[in-house]
Design a protein around this ligand. Structure first.
Ligand code: HEM
Length: 430
């Protein structure tokens, strides 16, 4: 593009090399447009290495399992919102899942209950518009130059929406800082009393919990104010829309494939015989078909359609020397639809591709919804549990159908994946 060299890497073997090479740990210059330079997603590789290590434990499966009660609360709120709809035909799925996913991310970031999170329509619109504006900038090389971009209308719109998002989040951040006690010298982290369900007992109990903001605040010596700010916003940006899109895409595909929806409902009904049966981590883990359905949806509609890395040094790739400073693009959307990997029916929705038997036959870098290597998605366990919880709650209560046809869908690769049609479905109570 102009004087800039972009190389698309398409083969699983080469993608594995890129994602595991210390020469490719730097993100592409395009990530600067997020203006979250100190957050994990866009950070320079030297500070990224230190911070990723510090934050890893907050996203460990054993830690994020503790968030399931928050996921359940947020999903229950979603069910109440759907129940309250007068008209359950032509409902926009993304409008429903986005509010639910943002509630989850904000409550688990800030240690709040779902009821304490107040999401205005303005907040949702501001995040969505910001993502649109930044995606537009990435597609227009002339606006890569900040001095030119500053003369555009989008620059001022970006400033306006950023201010609105920050206003809300800064308030919550301030309140949380005031609430938590400074750490005791002997403590390795915060110990904020936090209401949650004990999985074994099924009872609400008070247990210490490491939520994301506490982890940052209690490591205050290690994170500057600016770093805390950028990490928190990165968490919201990287976690909220991806989770909302993934859930909406899966429900849309289920609405289009009645046989798969019925089979999945059978699995859910077996694990949760009635609408009020208790949902916990071990129940979610038993639902193997649910996992296959989510993976197949992520294959066809990965919420992050592509990523960009910059070579820190010359790199040998498939007997070609790629010079330092080049942007390598890994296009997950295309990789996930390659006939050489997925067969002639690559475009078809078939969760059985992810049976353990079929999965073992493929190169592990053929399927990368969370990217791969050391700079993969830190929130992958969180995301899978969140998406599973929303889907189980939704499908235990409702059946979905749609007039949209799978073959007629068209797509746009923004920073996140977009289906150009509104995700309209009809919702029917079970
Ligand atoms: C279905 C949901 C999700 C998908 C598909 C997804 C996908 C991805 C992908 C592909 C990357 C690599 C980006 C790149 O290299 O440019 C990434 C990075 C990241 N994701 Fe996720 N993500 C999801 C949910 C989440 C959640 C829920 C969180 C936080 C709670 C999160 C936090 C992050 C962060 C902080 C990074 C940067 C990691 C680093 O560079 O060390 N993501 N995600």
């Amino acid at each position: 593009m102009g004087p800039l060299l972009f190389i698309f890497v398409n083969e699983p073997k080469l993608i594995e090399m890129v994602l595991n090479s210390p020469k490719c740990l730097e993100k592409s210059f395009l990530y600067k447009f997020l203006r979250l330079d100190k957050g994990l997603l866009a950070a320079k590789h030297e500070s990224w290495q230190v911070h990723r290590k510090l934050l890893e434990s907050s996203f460990h499966l054993d830690t994020v399992k503790n968030f399931i009660p928050i996921f359940i609360d947020s999903a229950d709120q979603m069910i109440s919102n759907i129940n309250a709809l007068e008209e359950k035909n032509n409902v926009n799925l993304f409008e429903i899942t986005s509010r639910c996913a943002l509630t989850m991310v904000l409550s688990s970031s800030f240690g709040l209950s779902a009821a304490e999170v107040h999401i205005s329509d303005d907040m949702l619109k501001s995040v969505e518009e910001l993502i649109k504006i930044i995606s537009h900038r990435c597609r227009e090389p002339v606006f890569y130059i900040e001095r030119i971009y500053r003369f555009t209308r989008n620059y001022y719109r970006e400033k306006k929406y950023r201010k609105r998002c920050y206003y809300y989040l800064d308030q919550v951040l301030k309140e949380r800082r005031e609430l938590v006690e400074p750490p005791n010298k002997n403590m390795c982290g915060p110990s904020t009393p936090f209401k949650q369900h004990d999985e074994e007992m099924g009872d609400p109990t008070l247990v210490p919990k490491k939520n994301f903001i506490d982890q940052l605040i209690f490591n205050e010596g290690k994170f500057s104010d600016e770093e805390i700010h950028d990490h928190i916003y990165t968490f919201v940006v990287a976690g909220y829309e991806t989770t909302a899109l993934q859930t909406a895409f899966t429900l849309l595909l289920l609405a289009m494939h009645d046989d798969v929806q019925n089979k999945l409902f059978e699995e859910i009904e077996k694990a949760l015989p009635n609408k009020h049966s208790i949902l916990d981590h071990s129940t979610l883990m038993k639902m193997k078909y649910l996992e296959n359905v989510i993976k197949e949806s992520m294959r066809l509609l990965p919420p992050v359609p592509l990523i960009g890395r910059e070579t820190l040094e010359d790199l040998e790739l498939d007997e070609v020397i790629v010079p330092k400073g080049v942007t390598l693009i890994i296009h997950f959307f295309n990789l996930h639809r390659k006939k050489e990997i997925w067969g002639d029916d690559a475009e078809e929705f078939n969760p059985d591709r992810f049976s353990s038997e079929n999965e073992n036959k493929r190169h592990p870098y053929s399927f990368l919804p969370f990217s791969g290597g050391s700079r993969d998605c830190i929130g992958k366990h969180y995301a899978m549990l969140a998406v599973k919880t929303i889907l189980v709650k939704f499908l235990r209560n409702y059946k979905v159908s749609t007039d949209l046809k799978y073959d007629e869908l068209t797509f746009r690769a923004d920073i996140t994946m977009k289906v150009c049609q509104d995700l309209k479905v009809n919702i029917e109570e079970r």
